[in-house]
Design a protein around this ligand. Structure first.
Ligand code: BTN
Length: 237
């Protein structure tokens, strides 16, 4: 699937770059940047640029996918990354919807963006940021974020990591396409740190009960069941 790999030394944001140039790119092009000057996170946040990390975007021209699958597809991507990290012996977990955590701090975030018509088809850009071999993170985010290196005292082969993620993504994409998120739900649930915890969603306190068939967060508040498909989640430990 992934036959085009573009390496850039420095760019504003790989997601922005793919969005602006996608008409020249084939389906499943991967754009990787060594440095981002304006890395973007979810909810209009910035993505702090750490040295020796992985910052890349995958362009999917929705040949296989319909729009309803976008959120589950992002969850699937997080699951795949978690799976690969675990194969490396990293004790990582998923924080709904698609952050990867290690020792209670974030090591990976995913920003999926939909983009208008490309030759009649929409496209999705899946931006992946992983904090890999930087020794530490800046002071202002050190309570919420960390790196693989800081937590394991190991250096990771980033090329290998990228290849393994792409291989694993491709291997299960057909299952995702056929069966949707429900095919991966049990695996997702077994690594999801939100389950059974009290969480804050957009300022409201709820108990997280389950992950639904399409990856929605099923919560309970005052005896009522509420399904959440997007929003910011803060876990209360
Ligand atoms: C988040 O957790 O808020 C999502 C972070 C996503 C960061 C990646 S790094 C590669 C790609 N380019 C961007 O500008 N953002 C994503």
């Amino acid at each position: 699937l992934f036959k085009e790999f573009i390496y850039i030394d420095e760019v504003d944001s790989t997601n922005t770059y793919v969005k602006q140039n996608q008409q020249h790119f084939k389906n499943a092009t991967v754009v990787y940047a060594e440095r981002q000057t304006q890395g973007r996170g979810r909810l209009s946040r910035r993505w702090v640029d750490l040295e020796k990390g992985i910052k890349m975007s995958i362009l999917l021209k929705l040949l296989l996918l319909d729009l309803e699958k976008i959120i589950p597809l992002t969850l699937f991507t997080g699951l795949v990354i978690n799976r690969v990290l675990r194969k490396y012996g990293v004790n990582s977990f998923i924080k709904w919807s698609n952050d990867i955590y290690l020792n209670g701090k974030k090591i990976c975030g995913i920003l999926s963006e939909l983009s208008g018509e490309v030759e009649g088809l929409g496209s999705i850009i899946i931006g992946i940021g992983i904090n890999v071999n930087a020794k530490s993170v800046p002071e202002d985010i050190k309570d919420i974020a960390t790196t693989l290196k800081a937590e394991t005292s190991q250096d990771f082969d980033r090329t290998r990591l990228i290849i393994d993620i792409l291989i694993e993504f491709e291997r299960d994409l057909s299952n995702f396409d056929k069966y949707g998120f429900s095919y991966f739900r049990d695996e997702y649930k077994s690594f999801c740190i939100n389950l059974g915890k009290e969480i804050l969603i957009n300022g409201e306190r709820m108990l997280c009960r389950d992950i639904g068939e399409n990856g929605e967060l099923v919560c309970e508040k005052d005896g009522k069941i509420i399904e959440i498909s997007s929003g910011e989640v803060t876990i209360r430990f």
